[in-house]
Structure formats: structure tokens, C-alpha cells
Write a protein that binds this ligand. Structure first.
Ligand code: DLL
Length: 433
């Protein structure tokens, strides 16, 4: 029998959900129009005023927001409350050097924690559980989000952060963790490490809540088998709060979107046209309860399908499929968002031509990022020691920009194949979708 964190909300009737959405949307549009000059200008450009938005049927009239808007408005341009009301920021990669910064009031944090608490309870969590949070803490939303959710559930929370596998396994065995929260690739790695150490019979995990990157059904089976658990998907993005925007229930057939806080739409990524339910397209979110950073019609670039089919778990909120890809060129490597444009910025700043290729692979459940960069003819004549120095310099500059390690190989001029159409910048050999 499933338990719900907020049954009156999670299992509310469709009419009730619609009523909440109508009322909150109208209020939110007014809030944003009055307090965010950047978005007000977008509305004015489109000839829309808050009076034109009377229900969710009018949502399509509002302009979209994109990651480029976040970059242009960086850092405070989309903040909708006085700075004194903000208690936290979180951050993720932007498309170039500027990161995305999201702001939270205490009220925003409370609602985010509730969303994550729903995810934990949908995975069978209660206050009797011991929740090991092995997502990164700090600017990344994974650790803080699941940490907050676990507190709300009243579970014993282990704020491990990511990495330090020996210590993860030791705590898991010694304290008897029952729920593991981390990226799916780290869960798979933990599973292998536990097996190698012969400790499988000393762990007490029953469930895992894994997200922040794409993972296939095959990977779910592997993780479930190696850790002896039921593995649940969780989805979210920093711009819309973090993990817990949507989460899986026991049916494991898609993730319920917390519709009392977020209105979801699916659009054609090329035309921006809203698509009917069941069609595949780009997911767009409107935050209807957030105070500090309330994004309206934010284009996630994640491609998926929505369904309102009745779910056996009893929840009534719309379900999204696993993301099936992206409508931009963002890669997620080791759980970190990487844009080719960030790499290009580093190369151009260091005097390299824009001839490069990004190779991504996965070995032993760990992502590897390699960048091949063409030298200019002048650089090519340099001594080997100079080439090694240059490679090291680029590794450091990329680490500073991306936050993760990439190997760099400098190659001779004109060795990277030229394309007659779009340059082929990315070769992703992982089978993610
Ligand atoms: O990854 C938030 C998160 C943390 C989600 C922990 C789940 C668990 P960002 O760093 O802003 O936020 O990255 C957001 O990650 O647009 C998707 O492309 C991708 N993503 C997130 N969850 C999933 C998932 C966090 N379950 C971007 N499956 C999103 C596939 C996911 N992709």
C-alpha cells in the first residue's frame, strides 16, 4: 500500500488541480510583471498584459524564457523579490562562461523540500528510513534537495555528498542505510564496488532515487540487481528548483510532475507550437508558486512525452516520460552539464582555432570526456615539450570552466574532418536513451 506525503494534493481531482493552477498562474504572472522588468519587457514586446492571462488556457500567450535569457539577465535580472528576502542560491552550468544562478526564499526552500519529500515517500520512504544522500552538495541542487526532502519525511539523513566510495560503503554497512540517493552512474559504480569487496550481504538498501542524468531501462535493471533494490527515477532542473520537479512512483512508468507547483507543456522545439497530449516534444515549465525565481514558460530543452492516463499508484498528477534526448547540444558528463560552447569559449580565449571535437565515452560506468583540438601551423612547429605544456594548460582552463576533468589532445592542423554542413562537434559513444 503506497503512502503519500500529501495525499490531499498528490491524489487531488483533475478539476481541483486545474483550479489551483488557474488561480496561481494569474497571481504569478502579476507578480512577475510587477517585479521583473526583464520579463515585463518580453511581455510588452509580445503585446501581452497580466489582464490577458485569466486561466491556464491563456498560457500560450506568454513569451518563452530560455537559457540565453538567463545568461542575458545574469545575475539578478530575473530575481522577483528584494535581495533581503533571498536565503539561498544554487547554480548550474550556463551555455558559455556565465553560470545559471537560481534564487530561493525560505518559502521556496520549504516547497522544494516538500517536492523531494514526495519523491522519497513514493519510493517507500518513511521516518523509519536511513537516507544516504550521495548527490553532490554545494551549488549543485542534488544534495541540498534530497537532504531537505529527507528531513521533511523525518528520516535519518546521511549528508554524504558524492565521491569517497570507501566511506560511502562503510556508512552504508555500519549505519544500515535503506535508501540511496545519487546519480545512476554512481549507483552502478557503488554496486560494483560493493560486489568487489564482497559486502553485498552487509548492505540493507531497499530503494534508490536516481536522476540528474539520462539512464536506460537496462541500467535500471543492472542497478536493481547489483544493489538488491527498487530503483526510482527523479527529475528536475536548477532553474525550476532542482530535483523533485517530477518523480517516479511504484508503477515505474514515468514521473509525476508536481502540478500544484509547476505547469508543464510540450511544444514543438522548432516552431514553439503547443502540442497535444501524448505527442513527443520539448518540455516547458511555468513555476506557479515560487517567489524569488519564478520562471514563466521556461524551455527545458528536454524532449519527452506527457500522459494523464490513470496511474495505479493513485496519484493524479500528469506523468512525464524519461527524457528522450535534448533539443540543444548540452551533454551531461559525470552528472555535470556541459555545453560545447563553453569548451569553444576556452579554446578561442587561448588562441586556438574553432576546430575541435568532443568525445564522450563510458567505461566501467564512469563517463570520460576528451577534447581533440587542432593546433595552428605555428603551434604545430613547436617542440614536444611545448605541446605537452599547452595540453596541460587547456586541461586546467577546461576544469575551471566546466568543473570536471577532460583529457586534451592537440592534433596537427587540418586533421579534424571538415563538414560540408554543420560541424560535427560531439561524438557521444554512450548509449543513454
Ligand atoms: O540535475 C537536478 C537534479 C538533481 C535532478 C538530482 C535529479 C536528481 P541541473 O544540473 O540543472 O539539475 O540539470 C538539469 O539534467 O534539464 C535534464 O536534461 C537532466 N536531468 C535531470 N534529471 C534527469 C533524469 C539537476 N531523471 C538537467 N533523467 C535537465 C534524465 C535528467 N535527465
Amino acid at each position: 500500500m503506497e503512502q503519500y506525503f500529501q495525499p490531499e494534493i498528490e491524489c487531488a481531482s483533475r478539476e481541483q488541480i486545474r483550479e489551483w493552477q488557474n488561480e496561481r498562474l494569474v497571481k504569478q504572472v502579476r507578480h512577475v510583471y510587477d517585479h521583473v522588468p526583464y520579463y515585463r519587457a518580453l511581455m510588452e514586446k509580445k503585446g501581452v498584459t497580466p489582464d490577458d492571462i485569466r486561466s491556464i488556457d491563456d498560457l500560450y500567450k506568454l513569451p518563452f524564457l530560455t537559457k540565453d535569457d538567463l545568461r542575458d539577465a545574469y545575475p539578478y535580472g530575473l530575481l522577483a523579490v528584494p535581495k533581503g528576502d533571498v536565503v539561498r542560491i544554487q547554480s548550474t552550468s550556463g551555455t558559455t562562461g556565465r553560470r545559471v544562478v537560481a534564487f530561493y526564499t525560505q518559502h521556496d526552500i520549504d516547497l522544494w523540500d516538500e517536492c523531494c519529500a514526495r519523491a522519497i515517500m513514493a519510493a517507500g520512504g518513511t521516518n523509519e528510513d536511513i537516507v544516504q544522500v550521495a548527490y553532490g552538495y554545494g551549488l549543485f541542487t542534488g544534495g541540498p534537495g534530497l537532504n531537505g526532502g529527507s528531513h521533511k519525511v523525518g528520516a535519518m539523513t546521511l549528508p554524504m555528498s558524492s565521491g569517497n566510495t570507501d566511506r560511502q560503503i562503510q556508512f552504508m554497512c555500519d549505519l544500515g542505510s535503506t535508501i540511496l540517493c545519487c546519480t545512476p552512474s554512481y549507483a552502478a559504480y557503488l554496486g560494483e564496488s560493493i560486489k568487489e569487496r564482497g559486502l553485498r550481504d552487509q548492505i540493507h538498501l531497499k530503494a534508490g532515487i536516481f536522476g540528474a542524468e539520462a539512464w536506460s531501462e537496462e541500467m535500471r535493471q543492472d542497478i536493481q540487481n547489483s544493489l538488491g533494490i527498487k530503483a526510482y527515477d527523479i527529475y528536475g532542473l536548477t532553474e525550476i528548483s532542482g530535483p523533485g520537479v517530477a518523480f517516479e512512483c511504484s508503477a515505474q512508468t514515468g514521473m509525476h510532475i508536481n502540478e500544484d507547483h509547476f505547469i508543464a507543456e510540450i511544444i514543438d522545439p522548432n516552431t514553439g507550437e503547443v502540442l497535444p497530449e501524448g505527442e513527443k516534444g520539448e518540455l516547458v515549465f511555468t513555476s506557479i508558486t515560487k517567489e524569488a525565481f519564478p520562471l514563466l514558460r521556461y524551455r527545458t530543452r528536454d524532449i519527452c512525452v506527457l500522459t494523464r492516463e490513470k496511474c495505479p499508484c493513485g496519484r493524479t498528477h500528469v506523468k512525464m516520460s524519461k527524457p528522450m534526448g535534448r533539443s540543444d547540444d548540452m551533454l551531461i558528463v559525470k552528472g555535470v552539464n556541459v555545453f560545447p560552447s563553453q569548451i569553444e569559449t576556452v579554446l578561442l580565449n587561448k588562441g586556438y582555432p574553432a576546430n575541435y571535437q568532443i568525445l564522450v565515452s563510458r567505461e566501467n560506468n564512469s563517463d570520460k570526456l576528451e577534447v581533440q583540438v587542432e593546433m595552428t601551423p605555428e603551434m604545430f612547429s613547436d617542440a614536444v615539450s611545448e605541446v605537452t605544456r599547452r595540453e596541460k594548460e587547456l586541461v586546467e582552463a577546461l576544469k575551471a570552466m566546466l568543473g570536471i576533468y577532460a583529457t586534451v589532445h592537440l592534433v596537427a592542423p587540418r586533421t579534424i574532418a571538415r563538414s560540408e554542413g554543420k560541424a560535427v562537434r560531439i561524438i557521444d559513444n554512450r548509449k543513454l536513451y
